[in-house]
Design a protein around this ligand. Structure first.
Ligand code: CP
Ligand code: NVA
Length: 298
């Protein structure tokens, strides 16, 4: 049987994706004494910083009766140039699943091609699918099924934006993306999914009629040196109360965090009642529990 990886949301059928979200909602209400992952071990390979993703995976494994091993580049042989295929083969013989946070998405695909255990994308330059499971769970808990709703993405056409495009397909919602010129998501991805996702430049146009408004930092990890010039390009793309007022009256705001208050989101909106970012952050753990169960207990 071929191994089920989770490199993008498209690795899941719509039914499986919905099942994971529903299971996450259920696991959240269940006391943390389940043992589904007893004797299972998750490897965590992180080439970039993380708070939520790492803690969510480690606590999820512990609460489900399993364990985790964290490998940074600084203190593993991967950081000294051991080939990806060799590392994948060796780790596959010791752990039951591996979550990887890296730069090039191709590196994840390379690792997965040589792994006998499921590989989870814990964020690449192109996609952040774990975050989308939590986002859909969070919207569902507050407003019900996201299917048929309209979501506005404001800002950079980055890994989160591209994951929202995939989510629009898998979870069946309409996505309106507003990006400054030169910062659009991958053209082919947009073109392929043009029945679900549309691209524009005006944030107000994207937000009008939307049920959910989402943004992310203007410079992602690895782009820190671009921050000053990006700040100029994105100056009109801040999500604030004035912009939210253009959305539907019961619209919600989400941000994967970490946020830069006063840049992509105003401080008052992030801390307002329309913002569900803290539930969204907590749901990283519940949705990753559901994902681990789905991948490791098949
Ligand atoms: N949202 C998210 O992935 O956060 P971390 O970078 O802290 O893991
Ligand atoms: N787009 C951001 C997301 C962080 C969780 C980044 O890649 O840095």
């Amino acid at each position: 049987m071929s191994v089920q990886h989770f490199l993008t949301l498209l690795d899941l059928s719509p039914d499986d994706a919905r099942h994971i979200v529903q299971r996450a909602v259920l696991l959240k209400q269940t006391p943390a004494s389940a043992q589904q992952l007893r004797h299972k071990t998750l490897g965590l390979i992180f080439e970039k910083a993380s708070t939520r993703t790492r803690v969510a995976f480690e606590v999820a494994m512990a609460q489900l009766g399993g364990s985790s091993v964290f490998l940074s580049m600084a203190d593993s042989q991967l950081g000294r140039g051991e080939p990806i295929e060799d590392s994948a083969k060796v780790l596959s013989r010791m752990v039951d699943c591996i979550a990887i946070r890296t730069f090039e998405h191709a590196k994840l695909e390379h690792f997965a091609a040589h792994s006998a255990v499921p590989i989870i994308n814990a964020l690449s330059d192109d996609f952040h699918p774990c975050q989308l499971l939590a986002d859909v769970q969070t919207y569902t808990e507050h407003r019900g099924d996201i299917s048929g709703k309209t979501v506005a993405w404001i800002g950079d056409g980055n890994n989160m934006c591209q994951s929202y495009i995939n989510a629009a397909v898998v979870f069946d919602f309409e996505l309106k993306i507003a990006c400054p010129p030169g910062f659009e998501p991958d053209g082919e991805l947009i073109h392929k999914n043009r029945d679900r996702a549309s691209l524009m430049q005006d944030p107000k146009q994207a937000v009008a009629g939307s049920d959910l408004v989402v943004t992310d930092v203007w410079a992602s990890m690895g782009q820190e040196q671009e921050q000053p010039h990006r700040q100029d390009s994105f100056a009109n793309y801040q999500v604030n109360q004035e912009l939210m007022d253009q959305a539907n009256t019961d619209a919600l705001f989400m941000h994967c965090l970490p946020a830069h208050r006063g840049e992509e989101v105003s401080a008052d909106l992030l801390d307002s009642q329309d913002s569900i970012v803290w539930d969204e952050a907590e749901n990283r753990m519940h949705s990753q529990k559901a994902l681990l169960e789905f991948l490791c207990c098949r």
